[in-house]
Design a protein around this ligand. Structure first.
Ligand code: NAD
Ligand code: ZN
Length: 364
């Protein structure tokens, strides 16, 4: 097991990365859980795959689990579900010092974290991320949120968990497509500021994605450490460092918007292609060697993620995609900052990108 200490704004906690943590959840959370009624928020898929294991571990240690099993999917991150879940926690007399367990992917983590942030002005919670994306991204950093009719993640709070348990065994039941989508965020850390890690990904991704435990642990632990380091430097997104985590996301969100945020394109798939586009656009601007940009594209394609817009068969032009970008919440005083690369591992925020040039590039 790898233990990554995280310390954001003076709130230290551990991210444990290892195999079998969910089956051992009671011992992993020793001293943190109340005896009667341990609140666990999860979704139907995760409950079907891992509910029995959690139930058995908690009961063997003398705890009574209290389950809240929500529909799987993004629509669960809603005002209605926030209200219903907070009311449920209040009905079960959850107090400020109690811990709520978030057992699931980013949807469950974001919703449960937000419930914990507002319940009694802030109670405690434990993240048990069950998707690769949640393990390497959403469970670390303290961002919690719900979606509103005006857009995704527009209402939320910064609220850090007490503990994160990233169990590599739970990835065995995760559909391959979801594993791949999460992997896009793993590669991202290499591209941001760690060229050696990108090389590691090139060499080991195939075995990692096939479930090789040592490689899984390295990929997750390394990603968590990278995210923790970047977030700790810029917890409230003031210095611009945290913005680097959005590499590939401006292009990616535009593609997601074009598909109506549907299952046609998962977030990680959009990010994967977005990173390829960021690399190729950086090459077009002469910032990055085109051979290096193609190295990014080759790796993304090799693992089975989308590496060209044509492959998506969206039937839209560059102008349409740029229009989606203009609706992006990261617009800053009339300009759209772009994350570009001076090379692999050398991502930076560029504020001088001409949007008509981006549209022309996307039309190619
Ligand atoms: P998700 O939570 O919807 O999970 C994806 C699917 O996998 C769901 O159908 C779920 O039921 C299923 N699933 C989860 N774990 C499983 C398992 N072990 N076995 C079988 N099935 C399993 O999606 P996600 O990709 O984990 O998270 C996406 C969400 O994360 C978005 O709402 C996004 O906004 C949010 N996010 C938040 C942050 C942050 O910093 N807070 C960062 C990135 C993304
Ligand atoms: Zn992302």
């Amino acid at each position: 097991m790898a233990v990554i200490p995280v310390n954001i704004a003076g709130r230290p906690y551990e991210v444990r990365v290892g195999t079998g943590l969910v089956r051992d959840i009671a011992a992993q959370c020793a001293g943190l859980l109340r005896k009667q009624g341990v609140p666990i928020i999860t979704d139907e898929n995760v409950h079907a795959a891992w509910g029995d294991a959690v139930e058995a571990s908690l009961r063997a240690a003398g705890h009574i689990p209290l389950w809240r099993i929500l529909p799987a999917g993004e629509q669960t991150k809603s005002w209605d579900e926030l209200a219903a879940s907070v009311n449920w926690l209040l009905e079960h007399e959850v107090e400020r010092g109690d811990h709520i367990i978030a057992l699931g992917g980013g949807v469950i983590g974001d919703l449960t974290g937000f419930c914990a942030a507002v319940l009694k002005r802030g109670c405690k919670f434990i993240q048990v991320p069950t998707t690769l994306l949640a393990q390497v991204d959403s469970s670390v950093g303290g961002k919690t949120a719900i979606n509103t009719p005006a857009g995704k993640n527009l209402v939320g709070a910064f609220h850090q968990p007490s503990l994160v348990l990233a169990d590599l065994a739970v990835l065995d039941t995760l559909p391959r497509r979801e594993v791949l989508a999460g992997y896009a965020e793993v590669v991202k850390y290499g591209l941001i500021d760690d060229a050696d890690f990108f090389t590691w990904c090139e060499n080991n991704a195939a075995a990692m994605l096939d479930g090789e435990p040592r490689f899984r642990e390295t990929a997750v632990a390394h990603s968590v450490a990278a995210k923790a380091r970047i977030v700790a430097e810029d917890e409230f997104e003031t210095t611009g460092k945290r913005a680097l985590l959005n590499l590939g996301h401006t292009f990616g969100h535009a593609l997601e918007a074009e598909t109506g945020f549907s299952s046609r394109l998962l977030h990680g798939e959009g990010v994967a292609l977005g990173m390829v586009l960021a690399a190729r656009y950086s090459a077009r601007l002469g910032l990055m060697d085109s051979a290096e940009a193609e190295r990014v594209a080759t790796h993304i394609a090799a693992v089975g993620l989308p590496a060209s817009i044509a492959a998506l068969e969206l039937g839209c032009n560059g102008e349409t995609l740029v229009r989606h970008m203009l609706h992006d919440k990261k617009m800053d005083a009339g300009t759209l900052p772009f994350l570009l690369m001076r090379g692999i591992g050398r991502t930076y925020l560029d504020k001088s990108v001409a949007l008509d040039d981006v549209a022309a590039f996307l039309d190619l």
